[in-house]
Design a protein around this ligand. Structure first.
Ligand code: FES
Length: 178
């Protein structure tokens, strides 16, 4: 199992997990629901190692199985996420309509580096200040709107460099507000 960031678990967090496990255990898709609800409750939208250990104990699921589960589903995060999230679709329809240029534009704007060509198919990076997470997705299921970019869970279709720039500037303005 890969080494995960260590974060102690508060009594309130344990109490919340106890409640969620009690409510979900035994239902179809219980594990998915438990992990999703617990991740959503975290201010940085991720599942620290201690959290997975505690869920493993309470839901009586081996830690190795939990880990396989969270690494299989792209919606789970094992690292802290930024306050803002930008997702660029890299599916075929979006790719043919210029999503790689949009991705480069976001990376440049956020000062993110390191993704070589070919490594952008599955990418998740957070800025050094922890403010913004950039990720790529395989398809939003909105191919008719290609190219598609999601900003803080709002879908924007038919994006171009100019409309993307507007969204990035809106995020920056919000961040500099007192
Ligand atoms: S390929 Fe981008 S939404 Fe389907």
């Amino acid at each position: 199992m890969q080494s995960l960031p260590s974060h102690s678990l508060s009594d309130a967090a344990k109490h919340f997990i106890d409640k969620v496990v009690l409510q979900e255990n035994g239902r179809a898709g219980a594990l998915l629901a438990i992990l999703q609800r617990v991740q959503d409750s975290h201010a940085r939208k991720f599942l620290p190692r201690e959290t997975l250990e505690y869920i493993s104990l309470k839901a009586n699921v081996p830690l190795s199985r939990l880990f396989s589960f969270v690494t299989f589903y792209a919606l789970f995060n094992l690292e802290p996420q930024g306050r803002d999230t930008i997702s660029v679709c890299r599916g075929t329809a979006c790719h043919t309509r210029g999503s790689s240029r949009l991705l480069e534009q976001v990376m440049m704007d956020l000062g993110l580096h390191g993704a070589e060509d070919g490594e952008t198919e599955k990418l998740a990076m957070t800025t050094a200040d922890g403010e913004t997470t950039l990720r790529t997705v395989a398809c939003f299921g909105q191919c008719a709107l290609a190219p598609v970019v999601e900003v803080n869970h709002a879908i924007f279709g038919h994006m171009n460099e100019r409309s993307l720039q507007r969204e990035l500037e809106a995020l920056e303005k919000r961040e500099t507000r007192p």
